[in-house]
Design a protein. Sequence first.
Lengths: 260, 296
Amino acid sequence: MKRLWAWVALAVGLLYFILPLVGMTNFSLKMRRGEYSFDAYMKVFADDRFRETFTYSVTLALFTILVGVLLVVPTAYWVRLKLPFLRPYIEFITLLPLVIPAIVIVFGYIRLYNTSSWLPLTGSAFGTDLLLVFGYTTLALPYMYRAVDTGLRTIDVTTLTEAAQSLGAGWITIIGRIILPNVLVAVLSGAFLTFAIVIGEFTMAALLNRPAFGPYMQLLGANRAYEPAALAVIAFVITWGCLGLIQLVSRLQKFAQRPV
Amino acid sequence: MTTQLRPAASAPVKRFRLPLHWLGVLPFATFVVLFMVLPTLRIVVGAFQRPDGSFTINNIVNLFTPSIMAAYEISIRISVASAFFGCLIGFAVAAAVVLGGLPRWIRGPLLTFSGVASNFAGVPLAFAFLATLGPLGIVTVFLQQQLGINLRALGFNLLSFWGLTLTYLFFQIPLMILIITPALDGLKKEWREAASILGATNAQYWRMVALPILTPAILGTFALLFANSFGAVATAIALTGSSLSIVPILLFAQIRGDVLGDPHLGYALAFGMIVVTGVANTIYIVLRARSERWMK
């Protein structure tokens, strides 16, 4: 009896998740009347705007990952090594982007860094791109910091540092060649999650007027019927791919660490 | 004598040592101040300013007009509903998998899938639901052609309170599953055994042991899910355009083109959002700390 209820709950839950996925896949294949075809996908891939905005968002995602890693890895390492009493406060700060909605943060950017301010980032395309990368770094901060901090927990930071120092390594060598390789799996997990968040982000890009993939999808959704469903399938595959890669790297690590 | 001398001897050395190790967190602190703290402060301060910069609470008072209050009300209702059903269904699914005696292999794929689904939000999610429950969606068409049920005639519209709630549930339920599964794992076998030795029925065990232990975790997740849907912009805009006046959409339109006709009312609107999500997350943090007592 109990098992029956468990199966029912699971089935209802799964149905809820599978139906929209089936719905969007089905719809994306129905562009040609009366038969299934990949026409909607062809249309999307042939669209120059798709390629431009997608490339733009991928580039931004890579820079966001770079900034995130450069910011989070040394900080998390340093706090663990020298300022452990700061850890709860830093962790609290990194969770703030979950509290303050993205739309409010970007509203602040627009008011704070406009053309008549002391740091007119929104005055040029490059400045706005920079601002967007920093905004995305903020959005990804909770995930990136948590991943790296969890990774650091599994290694003995103090011993590794002292060993490296007694062999004459400087700080950059320690962080780049000792710490980073040891938490690489955690960093990669954070990076893939960052990628999944940035690639389809809409609010910040739209309000900063940058030609990103999220606003492009929204525009297409307002004007077309079948292409949006194709885009949704593509976006779902990307999300699935990123999360799948996280599983893959952590499984590879477990395999590599298994005692021989 | 010597014990008194020792601190005096080491004190000058200490005094001249600059706290250089604080420099290590300087880049992070600078980033946080420039791109999180200052922008948020700008909004908060702006909410209490006139255009000339003088202090006022008029902007906050002006929030209490019927149209803006209606926007807050429907936003909060959608967030409460999607958080409530998200908790309920997510709990049922997680309990089924952890405690319901289902085969163990289901667990891994379910958690992976929950990770994907909880991150599948924004614009594409709206498209997926349009293709499912929209006018030409697969479920709408199936119900119409096979069972003769016309959703539209029954009053269902995807661009409405229930439509948005149903859509948000797609990322709310998996988030609940991800957070509550470890909590369910934390229910110790010994507690159930102790309860049944003392003569408790299954229902009594749940009512008097398991649920009180889980309550902080469930309520905490509820607050998190609430804030999660309250701040969601992209899904709502892609789904409804601007036909449904919820707070994030109103703020989006205000930032784009000052639809309220008063820039500082925009600040106040954003400040109101911070207050609502701030309260929800404070509840979450307090309750999570309480629930972790039992998870050791």
